[in-house]
Design a protein around this ligand. Structure first.
Ligand code: PLP
Length: 417
């Protein structure tokens, strides 16, 4: 559930008419509902009320400071995948001891930054990374808390580009190798083993793959115990899906129940890294119809937002519902809704029945809160759009629309030209 609903013919974000927001900040714009963000965070948190846990929100899904602050105020930590994300999270006031650091390609300077910050743990994704973290920590006179990201070889049954827990994926260390690496980690001077981690993919709509991977990791945990390695944290990653169209993902409460049942006798502190599940349906992208053209074979609706603003349809063929901001169109039409980018992949909607938008009509692309603005670029030299947060009857710009000067910031014509 979210707070983007019609009052009469008008689409609202909480108690503010979308039309009023666009009148103030222009189009296109991302609009986030603060009440929805809070509600989704709390639903996830409450699903694990009976187990010791920390929710480390996955910053990459939506890294706006206002979004991060919302979760941090509710007691959340963060899952980061770069030094840039650590910087953002610290700016938003995260407690360093609630930061976990994932990703297959951590640079030396990023590892140093995280060690200086005093994060909870690195989720280690390769043998060489483990060695490197130990070397850097030793040089700095510190111990790095680590978990090994185990790749459980479980099929999450989602889009191949967001499947991460199969053997052929670049992520994590296989179960067999992981046990060897824990053994080696015990003897590394800069390492303190504190946990185990897995993350098998994104937009999962079933609980079974999560449970399967927990079962596999429990075997690893038991093996480690025999070797005298006891852990404190069990990081279960993120990946719980949302409804974009007709998917029926489990509710956080049901997901919670299955996971608690599977993990309660371990006595470990659980860590979750949800991203999409919390922010996905808390944001929309609003855009304006520029032109329409009807052809014998196909109809097109050209809008002022494109694949650079919302990449998911072009990248994964993803579905985003589209709704008129004011419902006054004369019926429906089968059309593609396309952006201004010079690429045929630049569509937000393909061959779908949509309202007969006319020039100037505003429309909302639903479920755009996750991997929306965060994945946007300025391709085609299009300044990135504004982001707005709504709370009740108030709204504020939480990221200004970029301008053309910012587009060329840092560029220069060399002296030899
Ligand atoms: C992307 C990612 C997440 C978040 O995934 P969602 O599907 O958005 O919940 C969590 N952990 C890691 C390691 C990730 O890479």
């Amino acid at each position: 559930m979210h707070h983007f609903q019609y009052k009469g013919n008008e689409l609202y974000a909480e108690d503010v008419a979308i039309r009023d927001i666009v009148a103030a900040v222009g189009s296109p714009a991302y609009i986030y509902s603060q009440a929805t963000l809070e509600r989704h965070f709390k639903a996830f948190d409450e699903a694990f009320a009976s187990a010791p846990h920390t929710i480390c929100y996955s910053v990459k899904a939506n890294s706006n400071l206002a979004v991060l602050k919302t979760f941090i105020k509710l007691g959340g930590g963060v899952d980061i995948v770069s030094g840039g994300e650590l910087y953002r999270a610290l700016k938003a006031g995260v407690a360093p001891q609630k930061v976990v650091y994932s990703g297959v390609g951590k640079r030396d300077d990023e590892i140093e930054y995280a060690l200086n910050t005093g994060i909870l743990m690195f989720n280690v994704e390769s043998e060489q990374e483990l060695t490197r973290i130990s070397e850097i920590a030793t040089r700095m006179g510190k111990k790095a808390g680590i978990a090994i990201r185990v790749n459980p070889d479980v099929d999450p049954q989602t889009h191949p580009y967001i499947t991460t827990g199969l053997k052929n994926a670049k992520f994590g260390i296989t179960i067999e190798r992981a046990i060897e690496e824990y053994k080696r980690a015990m003897s590394l001077p800069g390492i303190e083993i504190i946990g185990i981690d897995c993350h098998i993919g994104s937009q999962l709509t079933k609980v079974a793959p999560f449970v399967d991977s927990i079962k596999k990791l429990k075997n690893v945990i038991a093996n480690l115990k025999e070797m005298g390695i006891s852990l404190k944290h069990f990081d279960l990653g993120g990946g719980l899906g949302i409804q974009y169209n007709d998917e029926e993902p489990p509710l956080p409460a049901d997901y919670g129940q299955s996971i608690i049942a599977e993990t309660k006798d371990l006595g470990l502190h659980l860590i979750f890294e949800p991203g999409r599940n919390i922010v996905g349906n808390a944001g929309i992208l609003v855009a304006k119809c520029l032109f329409t053209k009807e052809r014998d074979e196909k109809n097109f609706i050209m809008i002022d937002a494109g694949m650079n603003d919302l990449a998911r349809p072009a990248l994964y063929g993803s579905f985003h519902g589209v709704k008129p901001v004011v419902k006054d169109q004369d019926g429906m039409i089968v059309a593609d809704i396309v952006g201004p980018i010079c690429e045929s992949g630049d569509f937000l909607v393909k061959d779908r029945e949509v309202p007969m938008f006319r020039q100037g009509d505003l429309m909302a692309f639903m479920s755009a809160g996750a991997y929306g603005f965060a994945m946007s670029s300025s391709y085609n030299s299009r300044p990135r759009v504004a982001e707005v947060m709504v709370k009740g009857d108030k709204f504020e710009v939480v990221r200004e629309r970029e301008n053309v000067e910012e587009l060329i910031k840092g560029e220069k014509i060399p002296s030899f030209l």
